[in-house]
Design a protein around this ligand. Structure first.
Ligand SMILES: CC(C)(COP(=O)(O)OP(=O)(O)OC[C@H]1O[C@@H](n2cnc3c(N)ncnc32)[C@H](O)[C@@H]1OP(=O)(O)O)[C@@H](O)C(=O)NCCC(=O)NCCS
Length: 294
């Protein structure tokens, strides 16, 4: 069977929630994530197959299948609210899950910082992988069947956007988890959680709604993270900790175990937090020290 045809059939199975027996294979992140999702909301479909596709590099074949095939095979349409520099990671993770990023709903004027990349360029980069997602203003948006929802921005404005969407539409949000992530079946994830590539969520961990876990993060066992918090690339969080709401743990930071990090706190890039951090303060350095109140 030609690779394209084979991949298409696999995609159709995937879209209908097929599972495959991976006898003898090491338990993958996607399998565990699938189990964890089932445990939380009764979802969980095709995680094993997705893992199989990714382990063998077959997801690269999506690009060769073309947009029409992709659309036919994948009925789930991801709608992202709010564009930010992280939107390409969301596109990437959607594609790795065999899902089409269908729409970006914009709620604010686009940031045009010197080193920002415009949304149009990020969408153009999807050429050959899937149909270009539609860009729509929030005022024009109406929910439709078959859509899965996710917040785009990871800044603290994420909570404001969620409140605005709640006021208008009362949506349920999708959990988007990269197939290379490992989520313990003993972990719990709220709605709208994102877990990036190669991140590990330990047993007993509990992530509140809309927690954003970037790439290569480890969350220790039994650590709870409040809603809207973001854990940036390469951060390591020890076990048995309580991370508040709207917290940022910046790139490469380390938190020792059994810490309490207050609501709205910010642990700066590369910091090593060795003791509790109060609400709403920035700590920096090794060991992390108070820098300012936010
Ligand atoms: C917290 C952060 C934003 C800096 O905060 P800031 O208030 O803007 O800091 P400033 O740039 O004004 O610098 C203030 C001082 O702290 C120092 N500083 C800044 N960040 C620092 C860090 N992570 N560790 C140690 N010192 C730092 C600066 O050199 C400066 O020192 P000075 O007072 O001697 O001149 C930055 O450290 C950080 O963590 N950024 C997030 C990175 C990240 O995770 N990005 C996401 C990637 S996907």
């Amino acid at each position: 069977m030609a690779v394209a045809e084979c991949s298409y059939r696999l995609l159709v199975l995937l879209a209908h929630g097929a599972t495959v027996n991976q006898s003898g294979a090491r338990r993958s992140g996607a399998d565990a994530r699938s189990d964890a999702s089932r445990a939380i909301d009764g979802h969980g479909s095709g995680g094993g197959l997705r893992a199989l596709l990714c382990r063998r590099g077959r997801h690269a074949a999506f690009g060769k299948l073309g947009a029409a095939t992709m659309t036919r095979a994948v009925p789930r349409r991801l709608v992202i609210f709010g564009a930010s520099n992280i939107v390409s990671d969301l596109f990437d993770c959607a594609l790795a899950n065999g899902m089409a990023p269908a729409k970006v709903v914009v709620h604010l004027p686009e940031a045009a910082g010197e080193r920002d990349i415009p949304l149009a360029a990020r969408i153009a980069a999807l050429k050959g992988l899937c149909e270009a997602p539609q860009v729509q203003m929030l005022d024009e948006f109406q929910p439709a069947a078959g859509e899965l929802y996710l917040l785009g921005p990871t800044t603290p404005t994420r909570a404001n956007l969620a409140a605005e969407l709640e006021r208008r539409f009362s949506l349920r949000y999708h959990r988007l988890i990269h197939p290379t992530a490992y989520v313990s079946p003993l972990a719990k994830l709220g709605q709208g959680v994102f877990v990036g590539a190669n991140s590990v969520i330990g047993p007993g961990a509990c992530l509140g709604d809309h927690v954003f876990v970037n790439r290569g993060v480890t969350i220790g066992h039994d650590t709870h993270i409040g809603p809207y918090s973001r854990i940036q690339p390469g951060a390591n969080l020890g076990g048995l900790s309580r991370i508040g709401r709207g917290v940022t743990v910046a790139i490469g930071a380390t938190l020792l175990e059994r810490l309490v990090i207050g609501d709205g706190a910010f642990v700066g890039a590369g910091a090593v937090a060795t003791e509790d951090v109060p609400d709403g303060v920035l700590v920096l350095g090794i060991p992390a020290r108070f820098k300012k109140t936010l």
